[in-house]
Design a protein around this ligand. Sequence first.
Ligand code: ATP
Length: 248
Amino acid sequence: MFEALGLMVFYENMLALNNVSLTCGEHQIIGVFGANSAGKSTLMYTLSGLMLDIAKKEQRAGGERITIRGQLNYRGGDIMNLRPSERARAGIILCPERRRIFPESSVLENLRIASYLATPQQAAETLEFVFNLFPPLTKITKRLGGFLSGGEQQMLAIGRTLMAQPKLLLLDEPLLGLSPAIQYWLAKAIKEIAEQRGAAIIVAEQYARPIMPIIHYGYILENGSAVVEGDKDQLMNNPDVKSAYFGA
Ligand code: ATP
């Protein structure tokens, strides 16, 4: 349902993504693992269209700093030139790194803001799903986003993207800064989203350990290149992956 072919992104002369190709089938969870600066956010921005927006703004400002090359096929069409809002309407929704929730809006307001792409019926049904998936949110519906713990913020950020009715959900480092117990709990929730919402998910993470068990296929990103790929058994049995991510 989704295929990226030969993605290249240059920041000025620096190559941030080097010929990256990946595929994601309906209902699949795809992992993209990499250390700091490997290119995970660049990839997620390129898939969601934000990179295209940033590149256009740079160009209008007089520079040609960012160059994007490659192909993005989604449900039979090439979406490389679609704006982020058009991609969102087609069901490609990004949950950005560091959550970006609205600090001065309540939990419920944060969720409702994102339902602009949903019918009232879908919004009501999805709200119920989000509260069932993340029970701690039910007790803090009126609390302002800025007063939530890291874990609560991440639940809210994922809940908010669900309200936008994703068909392809892009999660950028959802486990960042969270305790191992919450990381494992969230990984389970991500699996439930794929199973129960019928959404495909691409998750970019540094913390491979909690995410690896829930993926169908994964890629290891190093300095902008996908250096290893495979299903979870192939990745977990790869000696380089083992030593870099599992301390073995
Ligand atoms: P992190 O875990 O730190 O978020 P990442 O894997 O998401 O890392 P990116 O943020 O995609 O990595 O960055 C990839 C490389 O591109 C890094 O070397 C980074 O410094 C560089 N980079 C990112 N954004 C820009 C930009 N706007 N201009 C120039 N270089 C950039």
